[in-house]
Design a protein around this ligand. Sequence first.
Ligand SMILES: C[S@@+](CC[C@H](N)C(=O)[O-])C[C@H]1O[C@@H](n2cnc3c(N)ncnc32)[C@H](O)[C@@H]1O
Length: 236
Amino acid sequence: MRDWISYWDSDHPIYVNARHFDVHYANIADDIIRLLPGKEARVLDYGCGEALHADKIAGRCSTLYLCEAAPTVRSHLQERFGKIANIAVTSPEQVEAMEPESLDLIVANSLLQYLKRGELVALLKVWRRLLAPGGALVIADVVGPQQSAIADALSLLDFARKNGFLTAAIIGLVKTTLSDYRKIRAELGLTTYDEAEMLKLLTDAGFDAARLRPNLGHNQGRMAFRAQKKAALTDS
Ligand SMILES: C[S@@+](CC[C@H](N)C(=O)[O-])C[C@H]1O[C@@H](n2cnc3c(N)ncnc32)[C@H](O)[C@@H]1O
């Protein structure tokens, strides 16, 4: 596997069954809806994955841009949501070409661990340019250096127990452990940040930022941050 995008573009075993796939994205959609500033909001879900319930978010905002780097995932999104007028499926390149100040909310959930630090710094610049005055950037599900794979597994099992797929989750975890994911994780690594480092990165990129609680999704061992453009900094 060359990189993480190729992994997400493949037929991977991350979702243990259809129920997990569905409730995972239902949960994320509900969490994004809670962040919406209003019906008129123009929203970007960056690194959205399959975003199964994006139509629910789109029903509560003005425009929803779904950005995905993996071409296969993007084509699934297009098939699923192509007929919904206020959903636009985009590539990272298309997002980069968007008009300045054209978004009110940008969400990046469970993305940062798959980016190199330099890629994040470059993206923060893009996101800052795209935020309209008063707009917010929410970066969530950030993996800290102390977060263990065991803690992630326990959080998944708890989520599975509450949502009726515990047996499948146990089998799924064994499969994931034996699958490529573990090998790829060892090979490519995950990028981790502690809270102070994330806040500094955001501040250095021209944002006022703070920790946001709870995290999006089920794993409260991971971190979320809310950031807004610092008013005084001029764009370069
Ligand atoms: C763990 S999934 C998260 C999906 C979704 N946000 C969620 O919370 O379930 C990470 C997603 O980010 C996408 N991704 C990775 N690198 C990316 C990049 N540089 N730009 C856009 N998407 C990216 C992957 O293809 C994958 O679909």
